[in-house]
Write a protein that binds this ligand. Structure first.
Ligand code: FAD
Length: 305
């Protein structure tokens, strides 16, 4: 798409900032994999790393444990995801206090998916925060935090139209959101159009593209259809026939993600949030291609020169 234009801009790494998203591990094996990933990505000095929160608060303890470990054992700045599904306001407020007590200053505030699963009707808890905007308000009144919220370049599946979707984003901004992070997408035109819509609606916070390197195309295609993200035909074609060829699949996936990011850089985007799926390799490769290098690698390079 634009690799030749990119190759003429070696300074690009100075202009680009990244953040990484992890999910809390469920068992010892997953825990070990997460920490391998954290250790590999830490030298890239992301702006922050975020840790997701399970449906209905099902991973509250695991999210808290992971965030604590990042705070205590790394140089990284963690952001704790929080949702308000199936929880009364005082329960959510207690979780906010717990995070703050152990040093969290960044949050990703979300409504969360319906407890009965994606696609079912969302019913707010009768004493709870009704949506992401109300949760942002609760966080803002608890302290001067950095608060990220969600944004949906293809609109949230529950939004009847873009106007409703953008209106919800505006309510989150009015209540104190610092930045929006998008749902993953594969068509950069959709992202650009969404940002234009938001700007026209008076939303000026950064709208950071969420980039999902495709670790497993079949899984991504299934998940995309549930969360309303389009999988373009060209993307399916790229991965066609690679179901049993993980090595080529990974090479193609890093090329696809790098192409997407480089095209966004050309369009003026400077911040990227990577959905790592707790795996380092693809994200590390893409970061390398946009000029984000670990200091160890740079030092080794200059020593060899
Ligand atoms: P909201 O922004 O509150 O609402 C989503 C949309 O629903 C709105 O755009 C609006 O159009 C519509 N809507 C909501 N309320 C109303 C209303 N009263 N009237 C009309 N329309 C309404 N899920 C997790 O469980 N844990 C996580 O850690 C997590 N992390 C995420 C991180 C990112 C960056 C993103 C993009 C999503 C994440 N999700 C997570 C998924 C998210 O919880 C779901 O997409 C959920 O369905 C919506 O949550 P939200 O905060 O985006 O909702």
């Amino acid at each position: 798409m634009n690799q030749f234009r990119f190759s003429r801009r070696p300074d690009i790494g100075d202009k680009v900032r990244v953040s990484f998203e992890f999910f809390p591990p469920k068992n010892d094996e997953m825990e070990a994999r997460l920490w391998d990933t954290v250790t590999r990505l830490e030298p890239l000095k992301p702006k922050f790393v975020s840790v997701t929160y399970g449906a209905g608060g099902s991973t509250r303890e695991r999210t808290a444990r992971t965030v604590k470990r990042i705070l205590n054992e790394t140089t990284l700045t963690p952001a704790a995801h929080m949702t308000c599904v199936d929880a009364a306001r005082d329960q959510v407020d207690a979780v906010i206090r717990e995070f703050v007590d152990f040093g969290v200053t960044r949050f990703v505030a979300l409504r969360g998916d319906p407890a009965a699963g994606v696609g079912t009707a969302y019913r707010p808890h009768p004493d709870g925060y009704a949506n992401g905007a109300e949760l942002v308000g609760a966080l803002k009144s608890a302290g001067d935090f950095d608060i990220s919220v969600s944004a949906y370049p293809e609109k949230h599946p529950e939004s009847p139209d873009f106007a409703t979707d953008i209106d919800m984003l505006k309510r989150k901004v009015d209540n104190g959101a610092t930045r929006a992070i998008t749902q993953f997408f594969f068509d950069n035109d959709l992202y650009e159009r969404y940002v234009e819509r938001a700007r026209r609606a008076g939303i000026y916070i950064p709208i950071v593209p969420g980039i999902l390197p495709v670790h497993n195309f079949t899984q991504v295609a299934n998940f995309s259809s549930r969360c309303g993200a389009l999988v373009p035909a060209w993307l399916a074609e790229r991965f066609e026939g690679l179901e049993n060829d993980p090595q080529t699949h990974a090479l193609v996936a890093s090329a696809v993600a790098a192409e997407q990011v480089l095209d966004l850089v050309e369009r003026g985007v400077g911040d990227f949030h990577f959905y790592t799926m707790n795996r380092a390799d693809l994200v590390f490769a893409v970061c390398h291609m946009i000029g984000i290098r670990s200091h160890e690698a740079e030092a080794a390079g200059s020593a060899a020169a």
